[in-house]
Write a protein that binds this ligand. Structure first.
Ligand SMILES: Cc1ncc(COP(=O)(O)O)c(C=O)c1O
Length: 352
C-alpha cells in the first residue's frame, strides 16, 4: 500500500476550534465504500455532508446567503428572514439565525419529516405549513403565495430565495467542489449530485468544469420533478429535498449542458433501497436522496468506468431525519413504495 495513494492514505485528524458553530461548517469527510460498491470495478466514495453542524450540506449555502445579505445591508440586528424549505435549508438557516440573532420564518409543506419540524422549533424558528398542492402536484408554488402574504404581514422581512441564489451556488463552487478534488488528490473521474435548488450541483459542477474538466458530473433527480431541462413532466414525488415543481433559476439553461454531463431519474423505491443497503453494508445512515445518487453511481454509471477510476457520491444529509417517513413501514405502504429489505431484518426481535 503506497502511502501516497489517496485511497489508502490515513489523513491526520483535523481538530478545529470554532469561535461559533458557523466556523466548523464544511470540510466534510469522504469515505471509501468497499462493501456497498463490491462487484463494481471503479472505487466508490461517499462525501458525508451530514457531518455539517446542522446535519446537512445546506449549512454551507445558508451561512453564505445570510452573510451576503448582511454585507448588502438587507439584514440588520433583529431582522426577520423568510425561507421556503423542504427542511434542511430551514435547519441550516435556523442555526445561523440563532447565532446571529435574526428571527426566521420557515415555510414548509406536509412532506417535511416530523423530526425536522420539531428541530426547527427547537432552534427558535417559526414554522408555517402550507397544505394545498399547486397545479404541478407539488407545494412550491403554494409556498411562494404564502411567502407573499407573510412579507405583507411582516414589513421589512427579507425572503432569501435559495432557488435563485448565486450565493447558494458559490458556496458549493468555492468549498464543496474543492474539498472533493483535494481529498482525492486531483483524481476524480465522476461526481454524482442531487437535483433540488441547483445550489450544490451547479456549484460543484462549475468548479470541476474549470479545475478538472475530465470529471463527469452526474445529476440525479426523482421522476415527477420539473427541476431540469428535458424532465418527464410532473408526477407525485417522495424524496424530501430532491426535485422541484418549477425549474429553479440556479439551473441556468444557457450553461446547464456545459457543466452537467449526465442526468438520471430515479424512483423513490430505488433510492430508499440503496440507502438501506448503504446502512447495512457500510454503517452509514443517509437520507433517500443520498441513496438516489449512490443507486445511480453503482447500478447505472459504474459500468462505464474502470478500476482506476474514483467515483464520488455527495450524500446531502443523515438518514435518522427520515426514520418516521422514508424508512417507516406505514409511510411507505401508503405511497406504494416497495422496500421489502427494510422489513426482512433477521436480527430483529419479534417480542416487545
Ligand atoms: C436531502 C436533500 N437532498 C438533496 C437536496 C438538493 O440539493 P440542492 O438544493 O443543493 O440542489 C436537498 C435540498 O434541499 C436536500 O435537502
Amino acid at each position: 500500500m503506497a502511502p501516497s495513494d489517496p485511497v489508502h492514505a490515513h489523513p491526520a485528524p483535523r481538530l478545529r476550534v470554532g469561535d461559533s458553530v458557523l466556523d466548523v461548517i464544511g470540510h466534510t469527510p469522504l469515505v471509501r465504500l468497499r462493501r456497498f460498491g463490491c462487484g463494481i470495478e471503479p472505487r466508490l466514495f461517499a462525501k458525508l455532508e451530514s457531518t455539517n453542524p446542522s446535519g446537512s450540506m445546506k449549512d454551507r449555502a445558508a451561512v453564505r446567503m445570510i452573510e451576503e445579505a448582511e454585507t448588502a445591508h438587507r439584514l440588520r440586528p433583529g431582522s426577520t428572514l423568510i425561507v421556503a424549505t423542504s427542511g434542511n435549508m430551514g435547519l441550516a438557516m435556523a442555526m445561523v439565525c440563532a447565532v446571529k440573532g435574526f428571527r426566521l420564518i420557515c415555510v414548509v409543506d406536509p412532506k417535511i419529516s416530523p423530526v425536522t419540524e420539531r428541530s426547527l422549533r427547537l432552534y427558535g424558528a417559526t414554522v408555517v405549513k402550507v397544505y394545498q398542492r399547486d397545479q404541478t402536484g407539488g407545494y412550491h408554488l403554494t409556498r411562494l403565495d404564502r411567502i407573499a402574504s407573510l412579507k405583507a404581514e411582516h414589513p421589512g422581512a427579507v425572503y432569501l430565495d435559495q432557488y435563485d441564489s448565486p450565493a447558494n451556488v458559490a458556496a458549493h463552487q468555492e468549498a464543496t467542489g474543492p474539498e472533493i478534488l483535494e481529498a482525492l488528490e486531483g483524481r476524480v473521474r465522476a461526481v454524482a449530485l442531487c437535483a433540488g435548488t441547483g445550489g450544490s450541483s451547479m456549484g460543484v459542477a462549475r468548479f470541476f468544469r474549470e479545475h478538472s474538466p475530465q470529471t463527469d458530473i452526474w445529476l440525479v433527480d426523482e421522476f415527477g420533478s420539473l427541476a431540469l431541462p428535458g424532465n418527464h413532466g410532473a408526477a407525485a414525488r417522495h424524496l424530501n429535498g430532491m426535485g422541484t415543481s418549477m425549474p429553479p433559476a440556479n439551473y441556468d439553461p444557457a450553461t446547464f449542458a456545459d457543466v452537467i454531463d449526465h442526468v438520471a431519474y430515479v424512483r423513490a423505491a430505488e433510492a430508499i433501497r440503496a440507502a438501506v443497503d448503504l446502512a447495512r453494508s457500510e454503517g452509514i445512515l443517509a437520507g433517500g436522496t443520498g441513496g438516489a445518487v449512490l443507486h445511480v453511481l453503482r447500478d447505472r454509471a459504474a459500468a462505464a468506468y474502470g478500476p482506476d477510476d474514483n467515483l464520488v457520491a455527495v450524500l446531502p444529509d443523515h438518514g435518522s431525519r427520515y426514520s418516521d417517513t422514508q424508512f417507516e413501514k406505514e409511510w411507505l405502504s401508503v405511497r406504494g413504495i416497495d422496500v421489502p429489505e427494510l422489513f426482512t431484518d433477521s436480527h430483529s426481535e419479534t417480542t416487545p
